[in-house]
Design a protein around this ligand. Structure first.
Ligand SMILES: Cc1ncc(COP(=O)(O)OP(=O)(O)O)c(N)n1
Ligand SMILES: Cc1nc(C(=O)O)sc1CCOP(=O)(O)O
Ligand SMILES: [Mg+2]
Length: 356
C-alpha cells in the first residue's frame, strides 16, 4: 500500500467512525427521547449505508490502516466538546459531526473511486433530511412537554414598542410565567407581526412558550409556538393545515361538550372558562368552578393540558385549585397589578405547591 493510499484509508476510517457515532447518537435520540421508530429506522439505514459503501474497499484495508496511537488528532480537545447542557445540545453536536464527516468521506472517497464519492454524497443528503426531521420533531416534542409542564399562562398586549414587549416577557418569565399569549385586538397586522417576532425571540431566550391569540397567519409567519382559537374562529383542522404538525393549537371551551370535542380534535391544550367576572373581558354567562370540576373529571381519563381562565387572582386561586385544575391563564391579575412580578411569583409558587 502506498503512503498516500495509507493516509487516505486512515482518513476514511476515522471519518466513517465519526459519522457512525454521530448517527448512532441521533438514532438514540429518535428512539428514546422522541419515541419515533421511523426516524430511528432512517438513522439505522444511513449507518448501514456507510458500512455498505465501505465494503467497496479491499477487505480489512481500513483496519490495517488504523493507527490510533500515532493519530495526533486524539489529543486535540476544545472546551466546546464538553459543553452539553441538554439532550438538544447533544443532538446539535451530533448533527454537525455527521455532516462534516460524511463530507470528508465523500471528498476523499472520490480519490479512490468516483462511485464511492457518489455513495457518500447520497448518504450526506439522506443525513440532511434525517437531521431536519429529527430537529423538527425535537422542537415539536419540546413544545408539547413545555405546555404539559406549564402552570402559569399570561395573556399580554403589545407594549409601546417591540423592545418593551420583549422586556416584559423576560421579566415575567423570570417571575414564573411559563406561557405568554399575545392577545391584542387593537394592534394593526404589522404591529402584531413585529411584536410577535420580538416576543418569540424573548420566549426562546427564556425557555417559555409564545402563543398568538386568534391569528393563525401571524403564528405561522413568526417563530411563535402556536395559536389560541376561540369557538367561533378557524376550525382546529384548518389551523392545523396551515401550521403543520409542529406548532401548538389551543382552544377555548365553555362547557364539557366543547371539552370533549376539543380532545377529539387533537388540540394541544384547552382554556376553560370564564370562571369569575373579569376586568379584561365582559361576559353575560359564567361557566364557573362547577364547569372546572366537571372538566377536571373528564380530563382525568383523557389528559390534555387545561388552563382555567377568567377573573382568576391570588384571592380566588384556592377555589380554582379545589376543582382539580392545576394550571391557570390570567391577564388582569398580573397586568393590572401594582407589582406584576411579585404577583406572578406568588401565583406560580401557589400553583407549584399543589403539584410538588
Ligand atoms: C388560554 C385562553 N383561553 C381562552 C381564551 C379566550 O379565547 P376566545 O374565546 O377566542 O376569546 P378572545 O381571547 O379571542 O377574546 C384565550 N384567549 N386564552
Ligand atoms: C380572554 C378571556 N377569555 C376567557 C374565556 O373564558 O374564554 S376569560 C378571558 C379574560 C382573561 O383575563 P382575566 O384574567 O383578566 O380575566
Ligand atoms: Mg379568540
Amino acid at each position: 500500500m502506498t503512503n498516500k493510499l495509507h493516509s487516505t484509508y486512515r482518513i476514511l476510517d476515522a471519518s466513517a467512525n465519526r459519522a457512525c457515532e454521530g448517527i448512532r447518537t441521533t438514532e438514540e435520540y429518535a428512539r428514546f427521547v422522541l419515541d419515533d421508530s421511523q426516524l430511528a429506522t432512517d438513522a439505522k439505514a444511513i449507518r448501514h449505508g456507510i458500512t455498505a459503501a465501505l465494503s467497496r474497499l479491499p477487505p480489512g484495508a481500513l483496519l490495517q490502516a488504523r493507527d490510533t496511537r500515532a493519530d495526533v488528532g486524539t489529543t486535540i480537545q476544545l472546551p466546546s466538546e464538553y459543553d452539553r447542557q441538554t439532550t438538544n445540545d447533544v443532538l446539535a453536536a451530533a448533527a454537525a459531526r455527521v455532516q462534516q464527516s460524511l463530507r470528508v468521506l465523500e471528498e476523499y472517497g472520490k480519490t479512490i473511486d468516483a462511485q464511492l464519492g457518489q455513495q457518500f454524497e447520497s448518504l450526506r443528503y439522506q443525513s440532511y433530511s434525517l437531521m431536519q426531521n429529527v430537529l423538527l420533531q425535537s422542537h415539536c416534542h419540546q413544545r408539547v412537554s413545555r405546555i404539559n409542564e406549564a402552570r402559569l399562562y399570561l395573556l399580554i398586549e403589545c407594549q409601546s414598542d417591540e423592545a418593551s414587549t420583549a422586556k416584559q416577557i423576560e421579566q415575567l418569565a423570570e417571575s414564573g410565567v411559563d406561557v405568554f399569549q399575545l392577545r391584542d385586538k387593537q394592534a394593526t397586522d404589522r404591529e402584531l407581526y413585529r411584536h410577535a417576532t420580538a416576543a418569540a425571540a424573548a420566549t426562546e431566550r427564556t425557555n417559555t412558550l409564545l402563543i398568538i391569540n386568534d391569528r393563525v397567519d401571524i403564528a405561522a409567519a413568526t417563530n411563535a409556538d402556536g395559536v389560541h382559537l376561540g369557538q367561533d374562529e378557524l376550525p382546529v383542522s384548518a389551523a392545523r393545515t396551515i401550521l403543520g404538525p409542529e406548532k401548538l393549537i389551543g382552544l377555548s371551551t365553555h362547557d364539557t361538550q366543547q371539552v370533549q370535542q376539543a380532545i377529539e380534535q387533537g388540540v394541544s391544550y384547552i382554556g376553560c372558562g370564564p370562571t369569575f367576572p373579569s376586568t379584561t373581558k365582559s361576559f353575560s354567562d359564567f361557566a364557573g368552578t362547577q364547569f372546572l370540576s366537571e372538566a377536571a373529571q373528564l380530563l382525568e381519563k383523557q389528559p390534555v393540558p387545561a388552563f382555567a381562565i377568567g377573573g382568576i387572582t391570588e384571592n380566588n386561586l384556592t377555589d380554582v385549585l379545589q376543582t382539580g385544575f392545576e394550571r391557570i391563564a390570567v391577564s388582569g391579575a398580573i397586568s393590572k397589578s401594582d407589582a406584576p412580578n411579585e404577583t406572578a411569583k406568588s401565583l406560580s409558587a401557589q400553583l407549584h405547591a399543589v403539584t410538588n
